[in-house]
Design a protein around this ligand. Structure first.
Ligand code: NAP
Length: 310
């Protein structure tokens, strides 16, 4: 369904601009000639082309200031770690609803991009996945005649990422840590490719209310053996697979969760996350997003590993 008229975007409101993906995205949006109004919970210094709006997803007033005069809204902010479903929902669901309500009250924007996750395909797998799926539904339900595009990227890596970087470093030293079945299908996307897809969405004269998966486009995606082969080629040497048994992963996740309660730090690995990590099918297809936006990814995992571009 084509919802919005062909309107040029000049001013973009961005949440999550201080995070891993947002740091790259805000730079590329400015380079594309857009005026960026970006939400931050901290006092920010001067960044050319960015107007920082101090506030958070919990504060409706700051969200209204953020979206004033913005033709398009890109909602990246979210919790990727947490120790309960409630913690994830408060940020990912309630925060998204508050932002959409602010957008509707102010009425300046004609398109809204929600950065969801491929995990939302399987809300039963983890607290994170459930909260991302619920956020999608909550935002779509409240959109009225506003065009809402949902991006569901697979695992994102690249400069600034702290989660996958250590695993890639170990891989290039000859150690591949594997989780789940040997036959599991996996997919990845480089942050620069994801960000180019967002810029393509902003630049498109018309956008659809639709949900798109995004990955690096490797034919057939990846499996553990294929990743080991890539690393062997780059290293000109052997790669040892170390399989973490499910029970051990659960045990580590449980300890991690208990420890995080003591330290009050939001954990990434929790028992609820294990199902997501061990899921047998994270294959992903770009067909729909390529047709809609004319975007194509440039960076396969092999190239990124070879050039140490992560
Ligand atoms: N990384 C991945 O592999 C991946 C894959 C698929 C989808 N995604 C999605 O992409 C988005 C960005 O992920 P990321 O990896 O860049 O995460 P990140 O590095 O943890 O960044 C999260 C961003 O959200 C902001 N934020 C969190 N809670 C907030 C709140 N209550 N109010 C205002 N801002 C808040 C953070 O601000 P502070 O700097 O103040 O903490 C930060 O800017 C998320 O929605 C995530 O679900 C990520």
């Amino acid at each position: 369904m084509l919802l919005d008229k062909p309107l040029a975007v000049q001013v973009v409101a961005l949440t999550g601009a201080t995070g891993f993906i947002g740091t790259t995205l805000r730079k590329r949006l400015v380079e594309s000639g857009l005026t960026v109004r970006a939400l931050s919970r901290r006092e920010e210094g001067v960044h050319e082309g960015i107007e920082w709006i101090k506030g958070s997803l919990e504060n409706a007033g700051s969200l209204e200031r953020l979206v004033e005069e913005a033709d398009a809204v890109i909602h990246l902010a979210g919790a990727v770690r947490g120790s309960s479903l409630d913690q994830f929902n408060r940020i990912n669901v309630d925060g998204s609803v508050r932002l959409m309500e602010a957008v509707r009250r102010v009425g300046a924007s004609h398109r809204f991009l929600l950065m969801s996750s491929l995990a939302a395909r399987h809300p039963e797998l983890s607290w994170y996945a459930a909260s991302k799926r619920e956020a999608e539904q909550a935002v779509q339900k409240r959109a009225g005649d506003l065009s809402v595009t949902v991006f569901r990227p697979t695992a994102v890596y690249g400069p600034g990422d702290k989660e996958m970087r250590p695993l890639f470093e170990w891989l290039l030293r000859g150690w591949l840590l594997t989780l789940g079945e040997q036959t599991a299908r996996l997919s990845f996307i480089h942050v620069e490719d994801l960000v180019r897809a967002v810029v393509a969405w902003v630049s498109a004269p018309q956008v659809h209310s639709a949900t798109y998966e995004l990955c690096d486009g490797c034919p057939g995606n990846y499996d553990w053996q294929g990743i080991a082969e890539i690393a062997k080629k780059i290293r000109h040497g052997s790669v040892r697979q170390v399989t973490v048994p499910a029970a051990l992963l659960q045990g580590i996740a449980q300890v991690n969760l208990s420890f995080s309660c003591l330290t009050r730090r939001a954990p990434m690995l929790t028992p609820a996350k294990v199902g997501e990590l061990r899921h047998p099918n994270w294959s992903c297809s770009n067909t729909a997003v390529e047709q809609a936006l004319g975007w194509h990814p440039n960076i396969l995992l092999e190239r990124a590993l070879e050039e140490r571009y992560f």
